[in-house]
Write a protein that binds this ligand. Structure first.
Ligand code: CAA
Ligand code: NAD
Length: 283
């Protein structure tokens, strides 16, 4: 099972980060999204990230030009014909992900591994949309992908051992650390992180402190690099809400109930940094 050509589905925050790290590790990458404008914006974001590395003297300008050439863009799902590994990073919604996997399964060659970057959804359920559940796996990168070392790897019920081994090796080639976890709502990362973020939102909702005070307590008191409300804005409030809903319905316990303030912000289109406004305002 040789993996040379990667296709990334979704050119949002995570998809662009994933494309960037594979390109830097000398893989051929196809970055796919629904519209030309979105993939162009995604590629631009990657180019800017490389540009910052050049400015800091961490990458030469010549190397930047070489690495960026490893990425091509597409709005045609037919491009899946050329991929050995496809990593899906579309919105955190089971119906959307299942539809994407069904279509990919029809188009991609038989040997192609289909991975999902889902934060919380069942890999077994996503795999059931395909006729190749043994080649479906969770490959959960953390945000910002170029910086964070962890990749949570999740086997679905039918995931083949060889597929797990290929993904584990590939993660190491990206200079990241694979950690295997089981297929449970939110896996390990978001089962622990997201209730903390939700509790921080409840703390704001109940008027216990200002947003700045809540973030400051967790930054200075617990040595977190970002306060939980800043982190929620960074992740995306829509993604936070989808994850809390998965935990709530998956475990059936009210301790996972999404805070009404989180719902309200998402309804208002205040999605965090990506929309310019969440708990804080971004220019
Ligand atoms: N892309 C590429 N590189 C980035 C980056 C980005 N988006 N953001 C920061 N960096 C790099 C910077 O270039 C800098 O690199 P050098 O040290 O080589 O110069 C380095 O990261 C540190 O950046 P800064 O000095 O600008 O800022 P910082 O020290 O405040 O760090 C941070 C920024 C790494 C994002 C840090 O604030 C942090 O670790 N925050 C918490 C992130 C976190 O918890 N992520 C997990 C989210 S949950 C998740 O991902 C799972 C899910 O399913 C929701
Ligand atoms: P995002 O909103 O930044 O990007 C999602 C992208 O998917 C958009 O560009 C959108 O156009 C595209 N898209 C939507 N439907 C599509 C379809 N049918 N086909 C192709 N593209 C489609 O979201 P994100 O933050 O990049 O999150 C993507 C995935 O990664 C989610 O499953 C999320 O849970 C997971 N994740 C997010 C984070 C985070 O911190 N944001 C961290 C780890 C994992």
């Amino acid at each position: 099972m040789e993996v040379n050509k990667i296709m990334v589905i979704g050119a949002g925050q995570m998809g662009t980060g994933i494309a960037q790290v594979f390109a830097e590790a000398e893989f051929d990458v196809i970055l796919y999204d629904l519209e030309e404008e979105i993939v162009k914006k995604g590629l631009n974001k990657i180019a800017k990230s490389f540009h910052r590395q050049v400015e800091k003297g961490k990458m030469t300008a010549a190397r930047k030009e070489e690495v960026i050439k490893n990425i091509s863009t597409s709005t045609l799902l037919q491009s899946a014909k050329n991929a050995d590994l496809i990593i899906e990073a579309v919105i955190e919604n089971i119906a959307v992900k299942s539809k994407v996997f069904k279509e990919l399964d029809k188009t991609a060659p038989e040997h192609t591994i289909l991975a999902s970057n889902t934060s919380s959804l069942s890999i077994t359920e996503i795999a059931s949309a395909t006729n190749r559940p043994e080649k479906v796996i969770g490959m959960h990168f953390m945000n910002p992908v170029p910086v964070m070392k962890l990749v949570e790897i999740i086997r679905g019920l039918e995931t083949a051992d060889i597929v797990y081994e290929v993904i584990e090796e590939l993660t190491k080639k990206l200079n990241k650390v694979p950690v295997e976890v089981n297929d449970y709502p939110g896996f390990v990362s978001n089962r622990i992180l997201m209730p903390m973020i939700n509790e921080a939102i409840y703390t704001l909702f109940e008027g216990v402190a200002t947003k700045e005070a809540i973030d400051e307590v967790m930054k200075l008191g617990m040595n977190h690099p970002m306060g939980p409300l800043t982190l929620a804005d960074f992740i995306g409030l829509d993604t936070c809400l989808y994850i809390m809903e998965t935990l709530h319905s998956g475990f059936g316990d009210d301790k996972y109930r999404p805070c009404p303030l989180l719902r309200k912000y998402v309804k208002a289109g205040r999605l965090g940094r990506k929309s310019g406004r969440g708990f804080y305002t971004y220019t």
